[in-house]
Design a protein around this ligand. Sequence first.
Ligand code: LLP
Length: 432
Amino acid sequence: MNEKTTTNNNNHLLIGGVDALELVSKYQTPLYVMDEEKIRKQCQTFMSSFKHNLVNTEVIYASKAFLNIAMCELIQQEGLSLDVVSGGEMFTAITAGFPASKIFFHGNNKSIDEIKLALDHHIGTIVLDNEDELKRLSSLVNKEHKVRVMLRINPGIDAHTHEYIRTTKNDSKFGVSIFDPKTLFLIQSIHNNPSLEFVGFHSHIGSQIFEENSFKELATTNLKYIQHVKKQLGIEVKELNLGGGFGAHYTKEDKPFSLESFLPQLLETIHLISKELEIKTPKILIEPGRAIVAEAGYTLYTISGTKETFGGKNFVFTDGSMADHLRTALYQAKYHASLANRMNDQVEKNYTVTGKACESGDIIIKDVMLPVPKENDILVVYSTGAYHYSMSSNYNRLLKPAVVFTANGKSRLVVKKETYEDLIRNDLRLGK
Ligand code: LLP
């Protein structure tokens, strides 16, 4: 975010010590830039704060937030495990050489082919969503190679976040409800399957959560359910995954809590509640995505000009669009931006930043104060590291931007910009 930005003597933005304008001339715009040190620092914060001397823990990176081969390598270097949710994410991780034993395969509708891919590569843990998935998995496993499985449960906790990214309402498509008596039968049949090793529960209540209490409530509810399962079925649940959802800072309204103070507290609470409930404290897993990458990301655009409408709205036109920045259109998400080549100029007016896509919903930022933009100014949009590159599309046959990592004054390309040839690579002619 801008209050922590650094600039050089030319009033240009520096990202990981590299001049944003140098990045633009080297890699073109639109461009996704990731400050590598910021990603590493967040990984280290999670790894060092999510510790308790009486509780086993594991931090898993939710790769849906931002994934490519270089990112898998970074996550491996920092010692986190990896959550994948599709054959594509799994294939990327496998190709990067990520240790299969540290991969968790999630998703509410895994296909036979995806399950086979996971089994062929000895993916460490499969997180089952429902009974149908159990049937599919059971038809493919054998006793020689037991598969570690978790079951995704829905504890019905209401996370205070946007409806589209909230996941544990009773009618959520994810997991099985702890209030549904059938869930106990499902747990029993997973446990009874000689080819599966039932290790515990997974839950995820939503994304961009700012309330510490949501996580505490989630942990408490899950621990009580673990006690219930122990009493009813005599099954000891060894591991509990509390999912992701830790909020990030996009604009000054966003107030993420301190991970350094909250994470140890959460573990202490879990330890005490487990004692009270007379259950063995399970190993606790979390899987942050956004909190690891969001604030490390910057998108650079070239401005072509401005337009004041008859109705009095001031548009800034960029070479980007909702194809590389979907969150504003989809979730009415708010962002902050500056002119990366004139960082110290006074902001003067409120603008709506838009791009090239052919529809009125093509809004990158609805309201942002900027100096009066000129042709070829460079706009930087902050906190675009999570769910931007990963949700980008080729709408209007626009090309997906390159991704660059910067650190210690140097940049490296980690994903090439698409070409027109890439766009038509899979197209086939109708013929005569
Ligand atoms: N674990 C599971 C099972 C998840 O479904 C998710 C996110 C995460 C972990 C990571 O959550 P995070 O720490 O990133 O909040 N596209 C939306 C976000 C969708 C999140 C989906 N699941 C957005 O751009 O806001």
